[in-house]
Design a protein around this ligand. Structure first.
Ligand code: 6PG
Length: 255
C-alpha cells in the first residue's frame, strides 16, 4: 500500500480491491477501538452500492477485534425500497456484515423505507440521529462512503438541490438513479463527521476520484472531501490511475 498526502487528502493506494478491503477494515477496527476507549461508543455511517461488500466481509472476519456491543451503525443513504429488496443498502449490509457480527439490533439504525412517505421517513431518521446525539452536535465518528463515476456520494448527485441544504440532516430526494427515490444524509452531516473515508475501486472511478481530490467543489464527493476534518481516500491502483494516461502509467501517486 502506498500512502501519500495530496493537499489535505490522505490517499492510500492498494494493489487491488481485496487489499483495499483488508487494509480499510484493519484501519476501521483500530479507529473504532480508539473511539470506544475514549468515548465508550462509536458511531459508524455505512454506505451502499457494491464497493462496501468486500470491506464489510473483512470487518466480519475481524470478529471480536471490534467491540461490536459499543458500535452504532447508521447509513449515509438508502434506496426507498423494502429492506429485503436486493437494491437495499441495509439489506446488503445485513447480508455481508450485520448477520455475522454481535452488533445489538438496538445499535443498528437503518433508514426507514416502509409504511411512511419519503419526506416523513427523512424527518423520522433525522429525529433518530438527534436523539442519538442527545440534542448535542451531530458528529459521527466515522463515515465510510463511496463515489459514483459522476462524483456523487451518498445520494447527493451533481446538480441536486439537496446540495444546497444547510440545516436539515436527512432529505428525501428523487434522482436519475435506480431506484430514483432515496433518503440521504446532507452535506452538513457528512462534512461534520470526525473521519470520512471514501472507498473506490476500478478505472471507471478514476476521473471522479481525481476531480474530487483535486477540485473539491466540482462534485458532491469533492465538497465532502474538501470540507471534512480528516479524510482518507482508499483506492485500488485502477481508481488511483490518471484517467487521461495510458493504462498503468501515471496516477495519483505521480501527482
Ligand atoms: C448508493 C451509495 C452510493 C455509492 C456509489 C458507489 O446507495 O448507491 O450509497 O453513494 O456509494 O453509488 O457505488 P458502487 O460502490 O456500487 O460503485
Amino acid at each position: 500500500m502506498k500512502v501519500q498526502r495530496n493537499g489535505a487528502a490522505d490517499v492510500r493506494i492498494c494493489a487491488d480491491p481485496d487489499e483495499l478491503a483488508a487494509r480499510a477494515a484493519d484501519a476501521a477496527a483500530a479507529a473504532i477501538n480508539e473511539v470506544v476507549a475514549a468515548e465508550g461508543r462509536c458511531s459508524v455511517v455505512l454506505s451502499g452500492g457494491s464497493t462496501p461488500r468486500g470491506f464489510h466481509r473483512m470487518l466480519m472476519l475481524r470478529g471480536d477485534a471490534i467491540p461490536w456491543e459499543q458500535v452504532h451503525l447508521f447509513w449515509s443513504d438508502e434506496r426507498y425500497v423494502p429492506a429485503d429488496d436486493p437494491r437495499s443498502n441495509y439489506g446488503m449490509a445485513k447480508e455481508t456484515l450485520l448477520d455475522h457480527v454481535p452488533c445489538p439490533p438496538s445499535n443498528m439504525h437503518p433508514m426507514p423505507t416502509a409504511s411512511l412517505e419519503p419526506p416523513e421517513a427523512a424527518r423520522r431518521y433525522e429525529r433518530s440521529i438527534r436523539e442519538y446525539f442527545a440534542g448535542g452536535p451531530v458528529r459521527f465518528d466515522l463515515a465510510v462512503l463511496g463515489i459514483g463515476a459522476d462524483g456523487h456520494t451518498a445520494s447527493l448527485f451533481p446538480g441536486s438541490r439537496a446540495l444546497l441544504e444547510r440545516t436539515r440532516l436527512v432529505l428525501a430526494v428523487t434522482t436519475d438513479a435506480e431506484p430514483p427515490t432515496r433518503l440521504t444524509l446532507t452535506l452538513p452531516v457528512l462534512t461534520s463527521c470526525a473521519r470520512v473515508w471514501f472507498l473506490a475501486t476500478g478505472a471507471e472511478k478514476a476521473a471522479a476520484v481525481r476531480t474530487a481530490i483535486e477540485s473539491g467543489d466540482a462534485s458532491p464527493a469533492g465538497v465532502v472531501s474538501a470540507a471534512a476534518d480528516d479524510v482518507v481516500w482508499w483506492l485500488d491502483r485502477d481508481a488511483a490511475a490518471d484517467p487521461g494516461a495510458r493504462r498503468n502509467s501515471g496516477g495519483l501517486n505521480e501527482m
